[in-house]
Design a protein around this ligand. Structure first.
Ligand code: NOJ
Length: 530
């Protein structure tokens, strides 16, 4: 039997940017509730909502000051309950962000921990004496620039933070931390959430001997953020992390039918360990390969092949095209290939995750320096690492603030919002939104696409092609990643087929001959005759 999170499609909402309901320029829970009909009509199955918890917002919610409450900027508990009820009424699941690696430095746990060396919560965080010269204990670097250690004057020790100084790392080797954080999962599951996306999962455990990370030989100074200058051998992907994850999974399994999804930036060979040796790890270790690979037919075909082969028996695949930390797909590959990418994402075997606004073809928005909000951009300027460009307000209509807010939006609205928006695109039969709706609909209608087997087809040049097969049904997907037309003969595959969707959206649902003709930058889904 397939689970909802295997058949279904996830949709990431970055709540600050989805819909503002009270005119403060920041999206909120009421706003999401008001847009639930849109989410349901899009055809997704579950909403993953980035952190909603009380936070000083130094990292926009990823600096949690209380794991079991709602930040007033997003609303109240009543609003949260309205969201859960409204989602359930429409058959939508809700997945929350769970941020276990670190808290805000304003979290009462950290305030207690830093109060004295003998505090009962001292060992809830990672404290270390200075090096003999008084400097940081070792060479570990923060992902947001500078040392990962900050000196605390009052108690004369350093604390470790994989991200900002305002985000001290919890000590997951401490069983009390584990218990407290397990209760956080239970708290939200009792309130009806269907699962969690776990932040920075591969970083939870650090080396207990605090060994220096080795230098990275291929580091390009001035082109990459400073932490890339090291191989994170002792700060990431430590073997003991899997025991911690198995415990998280046990807690999630106390409740029916929930899902655990891990944020893990690792190569395929390391990533698959997060399913657990006996599948006792996370259900879905996020597969970010499409965010990182070159957009060429050969590299994509190769990576699908490597991923499919590496998956453990029973491990369910998943694919991601965008999220709030990376450049938008339309900017990475251009607007034409973004349509091909949408078809790829929604026809590959495994759970797809969509990022809000990608279904409209939203691109990165240039943010004037004075309006930069992302701490990564502010700490490491000039390298283009800032994440604000991919976090701009959702584009609902052609009005001045795109229907996002009646106030001043926290990040600028895209200049193309008068043409790329839900209202306009809903009227255009060939729009990106129309394409996404068609793809989501066909994925739902054809079990071969959601739960069928994957069979690659050998292709030349710019084409990627594969079959998805379920019982007697076979669906062919052919994607042209290049700018020249190609004809593909069905000889040896099937007698004929029916064209279900073209990314050009001008010839859907027509009987094809025994050839499939692909125009430049076109992808097609063909239902094969048996
Ligand atoms: C990953 C999150 O997606 C990102 O936005 C955040 O800054 C870091 N983890 C730290 O929590």
């Amino acid at each position: 039997m397939f689970k909802w999170w295997q058949r279904g499609v996830l949709y990431e909402i970055y709540p600050r940017s989805f819909q503002d309901s009270n005119g403060d320029g920041i999206g909120d829970l009421r706003g999401i509730v008001d847009r639930l009909d849109y989410c349901a009509s899009l055809g997704v199955d579950a909403l993953w909502i980035a952190p909603l918890y009380p936070s000083p917002m130094v990292d926009f919610g990823y600096d949690v000051a209380d794991h079991t409450a709602i930040d007033p900027v997003f609303g109240t508990f009543e609003d949260f309950e309205a969201l859960i009820a409204g989602a359930k009424a429409r058959g939508l699941r809700v997945v929350l962000d769970y941020v276990p690696n670190h808290t805000s430095d304003r979290h009462p746990w950290f305030e207690e921990s830093r109060a004295s060396r003998t505090s009962v919560r001292r060992d809830w965080y990672i404290w270390h004496d200075p090096a003999p010269d008084g400097g940081p204990p070792n060479n570990w670097l923060s992902q947001f620039g500078g040392s990962a250690w900050t000196f605390d004057e009052r108690t004369g020790q350093y604390y470790y933070h994989a991200f900002l100084e305002a985000q001290p790392d919890l000590n997951w080797r401490n069983p009390d931390v584990q218990r407290a954080m397990h209760d956080v999962l239970r708290f939200w599951m009792r309130r009806g959430v269907d699962g969690f996306r776990v932040d920075a999962l591969w970083l939870l455990i650090k080396d207990d001997r605090f060994r220096d990370n080795p230098p990275h030989p291929a580091y390009r100074l001035g082109e990459e953020p400073p932490h890339h200058s090291q191989i994170p051998l002792y700060t990431a992907d430590r073997p003991e992390v899997h025991d911690v994850i198995a415990e998280l999974r046990r807690v999630v399994d106390e409740f029916d039918d929930r899902v655990l999804i891990g944020e893990i930036y690792l190569p395929i060979e390391r990533l698959i360990a997060y399913y657990g040796a006996d599948l006792e790890g996370v259900h879905l270790p996020f597969n970010f390969q499409l965010l990182q690979t070159q957009w060429h037919a050969r590299s994509i075909a190769d990576l699908i092949h490597r991923y499919e082969r590496a998956l453990p028996p029973g491990g369910w695949p998943n694919w991601v095209l965008g999220n709030h930390d990376v450049s938008r797909i339309a900017t990475r590959v251009g607007p034409l290939q973004a349509r091909v990418a949408a078809m790829l994402l929604l026809t590959l075997r495994g759970t797809p995750t969509l990022y809000y606004g990608d279904e409209l073809g939203m691109s990165n928005v240039e943010i004037p320096r004075a309006r930069a909000r992302d701490p990564f951009e502010k700490n490491v300027p000039g390298l283009g690492v800032g994440r604000d460009p991919a976090r701009t307000p959702m584009q609902w209509d052609a009005s001045e603030r795109a229907g996002f807010t009646s106030g001043e939006p926290w990040l600028p609205v895209a200049p193309d919002s008068s043409v790329l928006n839900v209202q306009v695109e809903s009227e255009e039969p060939t729009s990106m939104l129309a394409l996404y709706r068609a793809l989501l609909k066909v994925r739902r209608a054809q079990p071969a696409l959601s739960i069928g087997r994957y069979e690659p087809l050998a292709m030349q040049g710019d084409l990627v092609a594969f079959l998805r097969c379920y019982e007697n049904e076979r669906v062919l997907v052919v994607l042209n990643l290049g700018g020249d037309p190609h004809a593909l003969s069905l000889a040896g595959i099937a007698r004929s087929g029916r064209l279900l969707v073209s990314t050009h959206m001008d010839c859907n649902d027509i009987a094809a001959t025994s050839d499939v003709s692909l125009r430049a930058d076109e992808g097609v889904i063909v239902k094969l005759d048996s």
